[in-house]
Ligand binder design. Structure first.
Ligand code: ADP
Ligand code: ADP
Ligand code: ZN
Length: 216
């Protein structure tokens, strides 16, 4: 099962991807997580990406294509994969199509999580992340059991630099301009399914499973 999880920042892609990993046993490929890990480790890629990320801009298209290509060919992607946060531009979607064609792994479905801007801003400003396993929490909507500590792995929980007000507004603008056109792009291919992302986390997950039942 080859899935793209699509939606604006804060729509719940990471949250749902983690649940899908547990349920279907296929990996989540999050370009945001990959980039943040590189920033943490101070790699060349991380150094190149950090300035873009902190401002809420996209990193240049060519930066991620090679990474995605290699990642999709790792053995754990044999039975499928969940792309989270990739593609985000038309050139990225075109590049992905070429790669997937080469390795003969077509996308089954693009799940588009729809959430209005006011709700996105509320969610993102409350978002907290585990520094170790990347689990996503929310101060208001889904706090960890113990403040500051991840329920899953015991790691430390922090707020992302780009989840502060200025960067958030810019990320929503960037989403509308550069990423939203992909809704049409995948809709024309007949593989886009739009879901109501405002429901609670488990309700959204139920809706996703209902869609995926066709492909399992
Ligand atoms: P994305 O990966 O799309 O940017 P996340 O999965 O990180 O989004 O979710 C953004 C924030 O909103 C997190 O703090 C998360 O806990 C919270 N969240 C996710 N899904 C829901 C939901 N259905 N209802 C309320 N809050 C949610
Ligand atoms: P979001 O919560 O906005 O969905 P992500 O964790 O997916 O956040 O991405 C965080 C940042 O990493 C983005 O604002 C961007 O700077 C960079 N990034 C992640 N994925 C991509 C991508 N596919 N193309 C370009 N930049 C990306
Ligand atoms: Zn954790």
């Amino acid at each position: 099962m080859n899935i793209i999880l699509f939606g604006p920042p804060g729509a719940g892609k990471g949250t749902q991807a983690k649940k899908l990993v547990d349920f279907y046993g296929i990996p989540q490929i999050s370009t945001g997580d990959i980039l943040r890990a590189n920033v943490r480790e101070g790699t060349e890629l991380g150094l190149a990406a950090k300035a873009y990320m902190d401002k809420g801009e996209l990193v240049p298209d060519e930066v991620l294509i090679g990474i995605i290509k290699n990642r999709l060919q790792e053995p754990d992607c044999e039975k499928g994969f969940i792309l989270d946060g990739y593609p985000r531009t038309v050139p990225q979607a075109d590049a992905l199509a070429v790669i997937l064609d080469e390795i003969d792994k077509p996308i089954d479905v693009v799940l588009n999580l729809q959430v209005p801007d006011e709700e996105l801003v509320k969610r993102i400003s409350g978002r907290l992340m585990c520094s170790k396993c990347g689990a996503s929490y929310n101060k208001t909507f889904s706090p960890s059991k113990k403040e500051g500590i991840c329920d899953i792995c015991g790691g430390e929980i922090y707020q992302r630099a780009d989840d502060k007000e200025d960067a958030v507004q810019n990320r929503l603008k960037v989403y509308k301009k550069q990423t939203q056109p992909l809704i049409d792009y995948y809709s024309k291919q007949g593989i886009l399914v739009t879901l109501d992302g405002t429901k609670d986390i488990n309700e959204v997950f139920k809706d996703i499973k209902a869609v995926l039942a066709k492909f399992a």
